[in-house]
Write a protein that binds this ligand. Structure first.
Ligand code: ZN
Length: 237
């Protein structure tokens, strides 16, 4: 079973409980940390490590690790400061925006984002796509296909975070404060619709565009979900 490690805690004298997600569930399992075993699985202690694990057939109280093989570690490749900021952002979104039993929803996205970061993709863009997908899974999706008020699909002129989506020219007439540029609105649509982390045509968006959208999404997550994402500030510095 392929899992992503989220955290671990010491259990009794020598054992450790790992919290992890698979593609279909959030799970925890125990590993005996005897002298022999300790060195072999020490890499498993890094959060966001992806591993192929096998559990013992014997019936213990917790599923118990029999064997583990490293699939991907976020800390063996390019460990620039930017990469580390992005990794801690992914960790924060996962831990703060989701209850334990929902975290597995992020499996594909964590895997895709980590590999994209490791592969040298634009950190800000990858992080934005990750956040947009997380917002969707958290049930706070923004309307990016039509006017949030009247459903019109053309003549979209602004974006309203408080109202949750695009707004057409008619509906926007009474609204104030459109501080997003057309390209920034396109970026919002791009990150919500992006099926993966290949970042195709991502170069169309400037660093400034990404920072502006990031600030708005951070506010939106705070207002709509009550979650304060501290790591965004470091990421967009
Ligand atoms: Zn409208």
């Amino acid at each position: 079973m392929k899992v992503i490690i989220l955290s671990n805690t010491k259990y009794k004298e020598n054992d450790v409980i790992f919290n992890a997600i698979s593609e279909t569930e959030t799970l925890s399992f125990k590993a005996f940390r005897g002298q022999d075993n300790k060195a072999q699985i020490v890499w498993l202690n890094n959060p966001l490590t992806i591993a192929e694990v096998e559990f013992s057939d014997r019936r213990y109280k917790h599923p118990t690790l029999k064997d583990a093989n490293l699939v991907f570690s976020p800390f063996t490749g390019n460990n620039s400061l930017e990469n580390l900021y992005s990794i801690s952002f992914i960790t924060e979104v996962t831990n703060q925006m989701f209850q334990d039993e929902e975290k597995y929803l992020l499996f594909k996205d964590i895997e895709g984002a980590l590999k994209a970061i490791d592969g040298g993709k634009d950190i800000l863009l990858v992080s934005l796509i990750f956040l947009a997908h997380a917002i969707k899974y958290a049930g706070a999706e923004l309307e990016i296909n039509q006017c949030v008020f009247c459903g019109k699909t053309n003549d979209i002129v602004t974006f309203s975070f408080p109202d949750g989506g695009f707004v057409c020219r008619n509906c926007a007439e009474e609204m104030m404060n459109n501080d997003l540029s057309p390209n920034q609105m396109r970026l919002i649509r791009y990150i919500f619709k992006s099926p993966d982390y290949s970042c195709v045509q991502g170069e169309k968006y400037s660093k400034e565009d990404k920072i502006v959208v990031f600030k708005h999404l951070k506010e939106y997550v705070k207002d709509d979900l009550g979650v304060y994402l501290n790591s965004v500030d470091t990421l967009i510095k």
